[in-house]
Design a protein around this ligand. Sequence first.
Ligand code: AMP
Ligand code: MG
Length: 306
Amino acid sequence: MPDAIIDEAVRLLRAGGVVALPTETVYGLAAAIDDRAAVQRIYAVKGRPAGHPLIVHVAAAGDLPRYAAGSHDALERLARRFWPGPLTAIVARTPAVPDVVTGGQPTVALRIPDHPLTLAILERLGCAVAAPSANRFGRVSPTTAQHVRDDLGGDVDLVVDGGPARIGVESTIVDLTGDVPAILRAGAIGPTALGDALGVPVVTSAGGSVRAPGMLAAHYAPRTALVLVEPDALPAEAERRQLRGERVGVLTLPSDAALAARGLYASLRGLDAAGYDVVLAVLPPPGEANAAVRDRLQRAARETAT
Ligand code: AMP
Ligand code: MG
């Protein structure tokens, strides 16, 4: 009965709890934004280094001025077009956003997640939550409630089961604090749609900076070594390794970009659990639609390939 779950989540968040919440991207591990100790617990549970900022999730566009300082023109354009949805915007913060949430940075990452249960919880709570993905630091993000339980078990006060995540990869992060809007993390919403909504071109950050922890090479990594191969080379590479006695898993993704993203993390978890020595994966072809899946696969491979 959803109403009882919503009440229970709100009660726990008000009492300083950490609660795993469903969103359309991945599951988040949430604490009330104004509860310093609860936010600290998120870092402890995840094993996330302090100073890596968390995304602030709000219920509605009307809540944005509470947390976003300065001009809201760009933010309002994005809100009208994409929110609730898989987009995070970085803007100057107000004093309502504590240091523990932003890692001391003068900016805040804001988004309105698109999941009815979580929106109802945020509305009833009456304030924002800070929430990173509900996985141990550096591991693959959870896209089902069971993934969260597998990863974090009894370390969280409640897991709200909202079904499998519809998008399946983390939100696009766009930084609005510079001279031009810049994408810091690829997601379901690409530079063309963003530029269209903002009325100015959006650049894609080269990825050299680690201002956003999602940009660390050590992110999104399965435990089993992941090796990227060209499609033509896949059969020969699999055979070569099998002849060496390796147990070889193959990650095949649907050619539809949205479906590939939706199933990516569950596939990586499944392959991880199967006990292969190595997983071979073919990158989807370049292009905006595949940017997020290519990015996550490249990070996963960079972390573990030998
Ligand atoms: P995760 O917590 O795993 O979903 O990742 C959250 C992402 O949002 C990370 O890449 C964070 O670094 C990024 N982020 C949150 N707040 C900020 C901020 N103020 N400036 C830059 N990146 C941020
Ligand atoms: Mg994460």
